[in-house]
Design a binder for this molecule. Structure first.
Ligand code: FES
Length: 144
């Protein structure tokens, strides 16, 4: 192989090498993501501020709407207000102790489970912790 052919062959492999490096970098990003999921514990309110059966709306760390419902003396539920059918907003019905979606009459129990209508899955729930009448919600977040 003369010098001219050697240089020609070298240039022929450069795009192949660049493509390989790009694919490898992309693959490594999925294998070793630089962000990791964590849970953040956020104070929301004092329990006496939320009478039994009352609701309070919040936004999670990503700006999604969620609703807090006091379902008992020491029981508070936190759910996404986004219906799992087509994304309409669900409302808390005090008398029935259920979440109702007016779009297609979807119904969810106080734990967010589907009890009627077309929603294919439960409402997204958030872990709630009550400590000394302080209500905390655990939000999923990413660190890194
Ligand atoms: S969007 Fe809620 S039931 Fe269809």
């Amino acid at each position: 192989m003369d010098r001219r052919n050697a240089i020609k062959n070298l240039f022929a492999f450069i795009p192949l090498g660049a493509a390989f490096a790009g694919i490898t970098a992309l693959g490594l990003r999925f294998i070793t993501p630089n962000k990791r999921d964590i849970q953040r514990r956020i104070f929301t309110l004092h329990l006496p501020e939320l009478p039994i059966n009352a609701t309070r709306k919040f936004k999670d760390l990503r700006g999604k709407d969620l609703i807090l419902v006091r379902t008992g003396e020491h029981e508070v539920k936190a759910m996404s207000t986004v219906c799992t059918h087509l994304g309409c907003t669900v409302y808390w019905e005090k008398d029935r102790q259920e979440f109702y979606c007016p779009c297609h009459a979807g119904r969810f129990d106080k734990d967010g489970n589907v009890i009627a209508g077309p929603p294919p899955s439960p409402l997204e729930t958030y872990k709630v912790e009550i400590q000394d009448d302080n209500v905390f919600i655990y939000f999923k977040d990413q660190e890194g």
